[in-house]
Structures are given as structure tokens and as C-alpha cells.
Design a protein around this ligand. Structure first.
Ligand code: KG4
Ligand code: ZN
Length: 345
């Protein structure tokens, strides 16, 4: 029988990671932090027809793709199922039906091969993407987390612990990018399309910053910025003016990103850490990457920035977080359920 108390921790284990929280069915194989393979089958093109992710479609497409994506990842790594020492899969947060596909597949794999299973918190996966860029990275460091569901600055104190220093009180940055894209008539996925438009525009429109001032607690807010962009576009339409979408995108992007960069550096200096890392889909944004890089250089901070493909949803980051938990012997029982929402802390 499957008994997690019998499993032992190995050095440099081979970890199979599986991610299925939204519209990407992904599988990666790591040996320690070394990436042996990283595969994604995306349903984004199908979802784009509906202007966003339809949960039912996501679940069905994960079901069709999960076996294939794992077979491809094992083939790329030149390994067989019997070579895997641990299986790690996202259990939340995300779309329930979508999560259950990857989670159930991973549990079945772990059971069949009699190896430890690690249920991974997706957000911790985004934090752990930094170790893929720099395998010998050691906590403590400051992490800027910006995805479709979360926006926060974290103090990552150890491989398995972090503290929230600041977060958004309403929408996440990625959500605001997606709303901005919609009002500008750009297709799903919104973030990369807003970035593309912004590259040809000037940040000449004064939108409210995502940083909440006059509050005792430092926090971000994206709903005011989102509403300002929507109002600006609707007012222009009502007046019959031609909307300069390039400038709207560039101005929105600056208001959304500048405060994240500024506060991340300020927290790193205040906490006395020398390293800044980042994770989440919005960290794939070119403007954010260049401004964060410049700000860290000016402040004399080391910046560990995962490649763009490891910022948006992927399975290598899930395997990387799986390794953090595995090394502590934090194996999960097979009755772990999927969770649509997991509090940041
Ligand atoms: O981490 P992620 O792939 O999924 C979640 O965990 O939510 O993040 C997705 C979010 C979406 O809102 C998407 O529009 C945004 O990340 N995003 C971007 C860029 N690429 C993805 N936002 C701005 N610029 C980008 N290049
Ligand atoms: Zn994500």
C-alpha cells in the first residue's frame, strides 16, 4: 500500500511537475534544479474565441492533453516513469475542474510508481521560479509577485516560508491588464497585447497610480486605475474622438508597474536583503523587466529574474517548489483536494 511515512529524501531527486490551474496543461522534469524538460499544451487559442478562459473548456482540454504532455516531457528528458523520484502538482489556487485533472493524474502517477507526491501551492510555484534562473539562490530575498490572481511584495525568509509585506486590496495587476485590453478591444490574453500596444505609445495620460497613499498600511489598488482607463476610453468614444490606444496602453502600463518596482526596491533596502526576485505572468512584461532591472542596479541590489516562459504558468516552477517541499520531507497524502482559493498567508 502507498505509505508516505516510508519514503526517504534523496539528494538531487528527479521531480516530475504538473500544472493545470488555468488554461495551460504543463509538465516538466527537473533533476535537482536542472531543467531536463519543460512542455506546455495551451488552450489559450481556443479560449480566445470566447474572450477569456471558459472553465468547462479548460477542464476538457486538460483531460485530453495531460497524458500527452507528460509523455512528451519524459521523452524530452530521456527518462521513463520508473526514473521519477517525486511527483509534484498544483492543487490550488485556480479553476477547480482544471486543477482536478492535473492533481488526479499526478496522484495516480505517484501511486503507480510508489514515489512521494507533493501538492503545490501555485503561488509558491511562482516564487520558486527564481531558483530555475539561479539554482544556488539562497533566501532571504524580496519577491515581487504579480500574476492574474495576486499582486504582492513578499519577504521570502527560507525555501518554504514567506511573509507578505504589501499586497493589493482589490484586483491583481494581471486582472487590470486584462480589463485594460478588453476596453481597448484587444484579444485574450490581454497582458501581452497591452504591452505590444504600449511599445508604440507615450505615457502622456495621467491615470491614478496603483499605489494607495495616505494609508497606514502600504498597499496597492488596481480597481481605481482600471475604472479610470475604462472612463477615459468611454468618454473619448462619446465625444466622437479617435482614441489613441497606444498612449492609453503606455500610460496604463506606467501607472500599473512603476509603483510595484519602486516599492519592491524600497522594501529590499529597508529589510537589508541584497537580492530581489520576481514571479507571475505580469513579470513577463518587458517594461516591468527593464525598469526593475534599472532600479535594482541603481540601488546596488542583485536581481534574479526568471525567463519570461518561467514567469507565466509553467510546470518547471511547480517542480521547483516541489523540490523545496521534498527536501523538507513534506510529502502529501493522496486525499489532498483541489482548492479554488488559497489565502496568500
Ligand atoms: O501567472 P499567470 O500566467 O497566471 C496566473 O497565475 O494568474 O499570469 C497571468 C496574467 C494575466 O493576467 C496576463 O494578462 C498577465 O499575467 N501577463 C502579462 C504579460 N504576460 C502575461 N501582463 C503584462 N504584460 C505581459 N507581457
Ligand atoms: Zn500563475
Amino acid at each position: 500500500m502507498y505509505d508516505i511515512s516510508e519514503f526517504k529524501v534523496k539528494q538531487s531527486p528527479v521531480i516530475l511537475g504538473i500544472e493545470s490551474s488555468c488554461d495551460e496543461t504543463a509538465c516538466a522534469v527537473l533533476r535537482g534544479r536542472e531543467i531536463l524538460s519543460n512542455r506546455i499544451i495551451s488552450s489559450a487559442a481556443e479560449q480566445a474565441k470566447y474572450g477569456g478562459v471558459v472553465p468547462e473548456i479548460a477542464s476538457r482540454m486538460h483531460t485530453e492533453a495531460v497524458d500527452e504532455v507528460c509523455r512528451l516531457a519524459l521523452k524530452d528528458a530521456g527518462l521513463k516513469p520508473a526514473d521519477i523520484d517525486c511527483v509534484a502538482a498544483t492543487y490550488g489556487a485556480g479553476l477547480l475542474g482544471a486543477l482536478l485533472v492535473g492533481l488526479s493524474f499526478a496522484k495516480a502517477f505517484a501511486y503507480a510508481m510508489n514515489v512521494p507526491f507533493v501538492a503545490v501551492n501555485h503561488i509558491r510555484g511562482h516564487i520558486a521560479a527564481a531558483y530555475l534562473d539561479k539554482p544556488d539562490l539562497k533566501p532571504p530575498f524580496i519577491t515581487l509577485l504579480a500574476s492574474g490572481g495576486h499582486t504582492a511584495i513578499l519577504y521570502t525568509s527560507s525555501y518554504t516560508q514567506f511573509k507578505v509585506l504589501a499586497s493589493t486590496s482589490d484586483d491583481a495587476a494581471g486582472e487590470a491588464f486584462d480589463k485594460c485590453a478588453r476596453v481597448l478591444g484587444l484579444p485574450y490574453p490581454g497582458g501581452p497585447n497591452v504591452q505590444k500596444l504600449a511599445e508604440s505609445g507615450a505615457p502622456c495620460i495621467s491615470f491614478p497610480s496603483a499605489l494607495v497613499k495616505n494609508s497606514k498600511e502600504m498597499r496597492f489598488s488596481y480597481s481605481g486605475l482600471k475604472t479610470a482607463v475604462i472612463n477615459y476610453c468611454h468618454n473619448a468614444q462619446q465625444r466622437g474622438e479617435v482614441l489613441n490606444g497606444f498612449d492609453v496602453a503606455a500610460s496604463f502600463q506606467r501607472a500599473a508597474i512603476d509603483p510595484l518596482v519602486k516599492k519592491t526596491v524600497e522594501y529590499a533596502l529597508a529589510c537589508g536583503v541584497h537580492t530581489v526576485t520576481a514571479g507571475g505572468g505580469v513579470i513577463a512584461n518587458s517594461y516591468l523587466r527593464s525598469t526593475l532591472n534599472e532600479a535594482c542596479q541603481r540601488a546596488g541590489l542583485e536581481l534574479v529574474l526568471p525567463e519570461k516562459k518561467f514567469c507565466t504558468d509553467n510546470a518547471a516552477m511547480i517542480a521547483s517548489e516541489g523540490l523545496n517541499q521534498y527536501m523538507q520531507g513534506n510529502f502529501s497524502p493522496l486525499n489532498v483536494n483541489a482548492a479554488a482559493a488559497i489565502p496568500l498567508q
